[in-house]
Design a protein around this ligand. Structure first.
Ligand SMILES: C[S@@+](CC[C@H](N)C(=O)[O-])C[C@H]1O[C@@H](n2cnc3c(N)ncnc32)[C@H](O)[C@@H]1O
Length: 396
């Protein structure tokens, strides 16, 4: 996800969208009135997914130049082409091409993957399933596939829940884990506090309180003694639902790979004492804004991913962590150079467009370092090409 880093100026939303947010705010205030201050994860869940009102549930344009942020598949075909190369390596081993994409956004990655895989050994013999929470985005995905992969769109089906029958294949989730609701905590006078959400007139605000047991126990497991080294006033986020989420997704995957790409860090960087404000951030009209209580439902809310926690959650589900690296090194390992090999023979405009796309995907100041790729596998004993250029599992 890319957006300008102007952390506190939120442009005023258009008047016709404000009622959506006011309705959602009213609903949240009523829940707080009935049940008391809510954990931040509950607020984030509603702000993103409340049926008809949440950011991902309402029919607003989210991705691309006319939306709030741009993801790697929205930049062009290069990202999808490299992911397809990694998928092909795994599916050749499995002897069948079955893909489950989680959180498919506009459907652009699905369109590129289908076209690329159909050009390879699999031909048109591809099963492509999408698990998408947002009814609105499911519709957008169908439209994108009909226009960008018309011959193959019929092979795509949408699931209401993860596959219930045993299967072999590849699960792909680009920028989905960052959209899972998190809890926020702070350290005050040496003590752990959970940051809840309270209503303040028409607005919302943080209300620190004693931590619920799931937060304090999980944080103790993940940070141990390192919590003592965090400075006074330190705040950060923690995802308490990674293991159940991953278990739900992969419980029937008998053999295959889960490829997760997202912005985040290994734990020691995630909870580095100098990262004292955490990583919670909102996206609105291509600006990154530090204001989760402004206009709920109209802006995206995300938190960086603790990749160590993701690998541990995988382990708890019986998955092996088969690779972890930066997006840049993943794309290079998967075959970005090969994708760019014919560049010199292309018209100058195409050369410039592809070079700019490759830069944005791989440069450290763009998406190259901030984004990471992780592969979790079951029953696969093979080195994955995307992690051959630089495998950083030792940093987890
Ligand atoms: C930031 S967007 C990324 C979209 C797309 N993968 C891309 O790279 O452009 C997050 C996507 O994940 C979906 N999503 C979030 N949580 C989900 C869940 N638990 N199951 C399925 N989809 C989910 C959202 O509706 C949205 O499509």
């Amino acid at each position: 996800m890319t957006a300008d880093a102007s952390r506190d100026i939120l442009p005023e939303p258009p008047d016709d969208l404000k009622p959506l947010s006011r309705t959602l705010s009213g609903l949240l205030r009523e829940r707080i009135r009935q049940n008391g201050p809510m954990p931040f994860s509950e607020y984030m869940e509603a702000a993103l997914y409340e049926p008809g009102l949440g950011y991902y549930s309402a029919g607003l344009q989210k991705l691309g130049p006319g939306g709030d942020f741009t993801t790697a598949p929205e930049l062009g075909e290069l990202f999808g082409a490299c992911v397809a190369r990694q998928i092909e390596q795994v599916t050749s081993e499995l002897g069948q091409v079955s893909i489950l994409e989680v959180g498919a956004g506009s459907g652009r990655l699905a369109a590129v993957l289908l076209r690329r895989l159909a050009n390879g050994k699999a031909g048109a013999n591809i099963q492509y399933r999408i698990l998408e929470r947002s009814a609105h985005l499911r519709q957008v995905q169908a439209e994108t596939l009909a226009s960008e992969a018309p011959q193959l769109a019929g092979q795509v089906s949408w699931l209401e829940q993860p596959p219930e029958e045993a299967w072999n294949g590849v699960i792909v989730a680009n920028e989905v884990v960052d959209a899972l609701p998190v809890e926020r905590f702070c350290k005050h006078e040496g003590q752990l506090l959970q940051m809840n959400v309270m209503a303040d007139g028409e607005a919302f605000d943080w209300l620190p309180g004693p931590p619920r047991s799931t937060l304090s126990e999980t944080l103790r497991q993940r940070l141990g003694q390192a919590f003592e080294d965090l400075p006074e006033g330190y705040c950060s986020e923690i995802n308490l639902t990674l293991a159940p989420w991953l278990e739900g997704l992969t419980s029937r995957l008998e053999k295959g790979c889960v490829l997760l790409i997202d912005y985040g860090y290994p734990r020691q960087d995630y909870y580095h004492p100098q990262r004292r404000e955490g990583s919670l951030i909102c996206h609105y009209r291509h600006r990154a804004v530090d204001a989760p209580f402004r206009w709920p439902g109209l802006q995206d809310i995300t938190a960086f991913v603790d990749f160590t926690a993701l690998a541990e959650a995988g382990h708890a589900c019986g998955l092996d962590c088969a690779g972890f690296t930066s997006q840049a090194m993943f794309l290079l390992g998967a075959g970005l150079d090969d994708e760019l090999a014919g560049l010199a023979g292309l018209p100058v405009d195409d050369q410039m467009r592809l070079a700019a796309e490759a830069r944005q995907l791989t440069m450290p100041g763009e998406m190259g370092e901030k984004f990471k790729a992780m592969a979790l596998t079951r029953g696969l004993d093979m080195p994955l090409r995307g992690f051959e250029a630089l495998d950083q599992r030792h940093r987890l």
